[in-house]
Design a protein around this ligand. Structure first.
Ligand SMILES: [Zn+2]
Length: 315
């Protein structure tokens, strides 16, 4: 129970600091500098992110999800190919287009549905996980076990993007400057269709969007509205939405999250917290928060040491 409390605190602090947002608008480089070798990779105080961030390929092990979305790792991850008929992967320099095979299949399926239901040429996929999951050097408290993926709220253009464009192109901000609703100039019925298609995938546990987007979905959804219960307001997520799937069957070491309540979460009281002035315009803290020591290998599930130590999978 103690570890769950720590995870919750970590998630909350990261969320408040904006670190759980994938920051789709953060740019990358077509010529990323490899991380320098670690002077002392066995230092017990070393952040696990330094070790996982240096792995370029998945572990040569059967697929295995270990731990919790914000506290774990994955073996046997699969890459989402960087180009499909109806999708393209963005920010290739981050090498975060890895996930559990179920998530890879879901994204491929979702991209075809986005094409059909929203008329989009396809979807742009942002961060998934690192080749072996684990904590990341930049951004995201979650995305550690190959069961989280970010999809841009910008339709894929009708052409193959260049390497430069994939690093430099910005996603479109969906939320109005006053943060109280979506910007009707950019948020379209197509966006609702793509988010609904994602939420209707049976393996989906939650979809995170900005509260203004949830409010718009609540207002505009017609017909079956049961999927709205899986749409959860979260800080950030105004340029992209975040898909989280359940622990795949047979993943005994994977820790799931309780199912969200069955209600739509569309009542004014359900959303009131997110539109409070203190949440929309948080006061800067009087003292800058002390940087938290990074999660070490000892704090991750023990099996993640095996995942880290395993040889590279053959590509
Ligand atoms: Zn995300």
């Amino acid at each position: 129970m103690k570890s769950r409390l720590i995870i919750t605190l970590l998630l909350l602090s990261a969320a408040v600091g904006g670190a759980t947002a994938a920051l789709a608008q953060d740019k990358g480089s077509v010529d990323p500098k490899p991380l320098p070798p670690l002077a002392n990779p066995y230092d017990p105080k070393l952040g696990a992110k330094e070790l996982f961030g240096r792995k370029v390929l998945p572990a040569a092990m059967p697929t295995r999800v270990v731990g919790f979305y914000a506290h774990g790792c994955i073996a046997g991850a699969e890459a989402l190919p960087i180009n499909g008929d109806t999708w393209q992967v963005m920010r290739l320099s981050r090498n975060r287009n890895w996930a559990h095979p179920q998530m890879v299949a879901l994204l491929e399926r979702l991209s075809a549905k986005a094409h059909k239901d929203a008329g989009w040429p396809g979807i742009l996929v942002g961060d998934m996980s690192q080749p072996r999951g684990g904590p990341m050097i930049t951004g995201h408290a979650s995305h550690q076990v190959g069961l989280d993926a970010d999809v841009w709220l910008t339709p894929m253009p009708n052409r193959r993007l260049s390497r430069e464009e994939r690093e430099e192109m910005s996603a479109v901000m969906m939320v109005r400057p006053d943060r109280l609703d979506v910007d009707p100039q950019v948020f379209t019925p197509g966006h609702l269709a793509v988010i609904r298609d994602a939420a209707l995938e049976p393996s989906v546990e939650r979809i995170f969007v900005n509260a203004a987007i949830k409010k718009a979905l609540c207002r505009e959804a017609r017909g079956d509205r049961s999927w709205l219960s899986r749409i959860r307001p979260m800080y950030g997520h105004d340029y992209h939405f975040h898909i989280r799937i359940k622990c795949p069957p047979g993943s005994g070491e994977c820790e799931s999250q309780p199912e969200p309540a069955a209600s739509e979460g569309c009542k004014p009281a359900d959303l009131a917290f997110w539109f409070k002035d203190s949440v929309i315009h948080p006061k800067p803290p009087k003292e800058p928060p002390k940087p938290r020591p990074p999660m070490t290998m000892a704090q991750l599930p023990a099996a993640c040491r095996q995942v880290l130590a395993a040889p590279d999978a053959k590509q």
